[in-house]
Design a protein around this ligand. Structure first.
Ligand code: UDP
Length: 325
């Protein structure tokens, strides 16, 4: 059994991670400032309310938590907003991670799993993005994530802080029991926006550009079930037991779906009509982002349990029909 500090544990992916850690017999301490997360999503361990930007408080929180490892989710998440407000993204995502590493050093903690992103790759140079793809982000969000990865690469030999960066493609879906789910304010992500629309909570959906270099002109993404992402984090923690240093894995199903295909999946699952209109492209959006997940499969033994887009949307829809927060 391990005792794990989860930054951003009140958020979407973080709360699913806490649930999975507890189910596998691990102890959890949530570190979250509740700026984006939800108090009601903290159910599997105590909450230490603390901002990553408050370095002394963070350092104290980690010392008090007495954990063996950190899983680091806390951060700002909207690519479009990062283009409009880069300072916010560098401060929270890079500055916050810098403080976290310093606090881990102070607390003598030596294992970290970091939420990285496919956004570090920028415009893809190959159809299926593997770990050898050049890191060349095109948004401040992606650049901030890439900078944290560089920090971790340097910190491993210098301080003996071993780390795994997991580059998520598009996290989606919810816990099948619908106890927790995805709830952002404002909501920028495609699937929850579509589900709020068909639930009558918001107006028509805007499709950001139908003139991309893809078969139907809309952007292609690789949607991964949130619980499958969490399974990879557990495997990554175990990997660090026998493999010190810095490691990185791309986490996707290797299947790409266009925005129009996601609209069709939402219609198929909910039986409801989607009103969508084409709008301008969103700044910082590559046309296609699809993973080659071979390395995560081979090295971590990661085999997603819910790869089907409709099954992913179905779990998200269960949550959206009766969200608890
Ligand atoms: N998208 C869209 N309309 C929306 C929200 C998103 O067309 O209201 C598109 C977006 O341009 C991207 C895809 O849907 O190509 C997935 O976007 P999301 O924000 O969910 O995730 P991201 O790919 O930015 O991580």
């Amino acid at each position: 059994m391990t005792r794990v500090a989860v930054t951003g544990g009140a958020g979407y992916i973080g709360s699913h991670m806490c649930r999975r850690l507890a189910a596998h017999g691990h102890d959890v301490v949530v570190i979250d400032d509740l700026s984006g997360g939800h108090r009601d999503a903290v159910r599997w361990g105590p909450l230490r309310q603390c901002s990553l930007l408050d370095a002394p408080a963070l350092s104290q929180a980690l010392r008090d938590a007495r954990c063996d490892a950190v899983i680091h989710f806390a951060g700002a998440i909207a690519v479009g907003e990062s283009v409009a407000d880069p300072l916010k993204y560098y401060a929270i995502n890079f500055g916050g991670s810098l403080n976290l590493l310093q606090a881990m050093r102070d607390a003598g903690m030596r294992r970290l799993v970091f939420s990285s992103s496919a956004a570090i790759f920028g415009e893809p140079r190959q159809s299926f993005i593997d770990e050898r793809h050049p890191i060349d982000p095109i948004s401040p969000y992606g650049r901030g994530k890439a900078m944290v990865e560089q920090l971790l690469r340097d910190a491993a030999p210098a301080y003996g802080i071993d780390a795994v960066a997991l580059r998520y493609f598009n996290a989606a879906g919810a816990d099948p029991s619908a106890a927790i789910g995805e709830s952002h304010d404002p909501e920028t992500h495609l699937i929850p926006r579509l589900l709020r629309h068909v639930a009558g909570e918001r107006g028509p959906i805007e499709i950001y550009g139908d003139d991309h270099a893809t078969p139907d002109g809309t952007c292609i993404r690789d949607y991964v079930h949130v619980d499958d992402l969490c399974a990879a984090h557990l495997a990554a923690l175990e990997h660090l037991d026998s493999h010190p240093g810095f490691h990185a894995f791309n986490l996707g199903n290797g299947n790409g779906y266009s925005v129009r295909e996601v609209v069709a999946a939402v219609h198929a699952v909910t039986g409801k009509h989607v009103q969508a209109r084409v709008a301008a492209r969103r700044a910082g959006d590559p046309a296609r982002l699809v993973a080659c997940p071979d390395r995560a499969r081979a090295v971590l033994g990661w085999h997603p349990a819910t790869p089907s887009l409709e099954a992913i949307v179905e779990t998200a829809w269960r949550w959206h029909r009766a969200p608890a927060y």
